[in-house]
Design a protein around this ligand. Structure first.
Ligand SMILES: *Cc1c(COP(=O)(O)O)cnc(C)c1O
Length: 347
């Protein structure tokens, strides 16, 4: 047994690091209020833990995608927390205690008919063409909508993770034009937009991925450690193969460890495609070999002086964006894919 297994099994989520990232992003925009985006179960890390921790750190505004996600955290937050629902007022949604961000004239009229006194926000489309009112639609309802006192008027940037992309300035200009004279709080920036600079900040920031340690917020404190228990080790002789398809064969007398996680736990087969995936025993990296199975991963631990009880796949040396690069995706998808079978611990 090595000394490196002393840490923890499973997925360890560093709530103080999330709070520190929230504070650091908020500090980039001293004139604005910082909200927290906790949709998709706080990017897979547990909205029931993350939202109260961020409330304790000072956040009073939260964003979720669906009303059901909002209802799940509403009882966990004091009354002065505002929970915005980005999908707006969908038919049949239970919006009690929540603030729908209305995305279309249809949603606006439905909401005003069903919740005439209920708080609401408005999302405008500044170019992304995903959600929100287009300029003509906004012009048609603007007077009525503003008279009803929206809690927020917002839009979303499509290319904020590419600072030089011309769409950023175009969307900023479109948002400015559509919100000229609006006195309600305005919001344009998610994590990427915060980093673009003060013109993008307006009144309310909506960071998500940066809180959880992902790009484009390069200065983020790492948030997740994922340690996989070693189930078994064996010796493999030269010429013998390991795993499905006999995809790896030993060149030397090798020690192979089998750990308890696989593609059903969000560690996609594509991670091992180019042979670049490593697990960590303390400071030492060891290569994943063969194919990733549904529940199992095999690792060449021949070069370890001894085999620890767990091997890490996510740690400060290998973060979600490193995994994303290996499998051709983004850190957001790595986080939100993390499986439900890991033992989760919140620091
Ligand atoms: C997901 C989302 C955010 C958060 O974006 P990050 O890039 O994770 O910071 C903010 N606003 C909207 C509308 C979103 O959909």
């Amino acid at each position: 047994m090595g000394k490196s297994h002393a840490a923890c099994m499973g997925l360890v989520i560093d709530l103080p690091a999330i709070a520190a990232n929230w504070n650091a992003l908020a500090a980039r925009a001293p004139g604005a209020r910082a909200a927290a985006v906790v949709k998709a179960d706080a990017y897979g890390l547990g909205a029931d833990r993350v939202a109260p921790a961020l409330y304790a750190a000072g956040a009073r505004d939260f964003f979720v995608a669906l009303a059901s996600e909002g209802q799940a955290i509403r009882p966990l937050l004091p009354d002065d927390a505002q929970i915005f629902v980005l999908s707006g007022h969908m038919e049949g949604a239970d919006l009690s205690g929540l603030i729908p961000v209305l995305n279309s004239p249809e949603q606006f009229f439905r909401d005003r008919a069903l919740r005439p006194k209920g708080a609401f926000g408005i999302q405008l489309d500044s170019g992304m063409n995903r959600l929100g009112l287009e300029p003509g639609e906004w012009a048609a309802i603007r007077t009525e909508a503003l008279a009803a006192g929206p809690a927020l008027v917002m839009s979303h940037l499509a290319c904020a993770d590419e600072p030089d992309h011309p769409a950023n300035a175009q969307q900023l200009a479109a948002f400015r034009a559509m919100t000229e004279g609006v006195t309600a709080p305005r919001s344009l920036a998610a994590t990427g937009g915060i980093l673009l600079g003060p013109e993008y900040h307006f009144d309310l920031l909506r960071p998500g991925i940066g809180l959880y340690g992902g790009q484009p917020y390069a200065d983020a404190r790492p948030v997740v450690t994922l340690a996989l228990p070693v189930i078994q080790t064996r010796e493999v002789k030269p010429g013998e193969s390991v795993g499905y398809g006999y995809a790896w064969a030993a060149q030397r007398v090798s020690r192979v460890a089998t750990v308890a996680a696989g593609y059903a736990d969000g560690l996609a087969r594509a991670l091992a495609r180019e042979g670049g995936l490593k697990l960590w025993a303390g400071d030492i990296a060891v290569p994943v070999i063969g194919r990733i199975s549904m529940d199992l991963i095999t690792v060449d631990v021949t070069d370890l002086p001894d085999v620890p009880a767990t091997l890490e796949v996510l740690n400060p040396r290998q973060g979600v964006d490193d995994l994303a690069a290996l499998s051709g995706t983004i850190g957001y998808e790595i986080l939100t894919s993390l499986g439900r079978r890991y033992e989760r611990t919140w620091l």
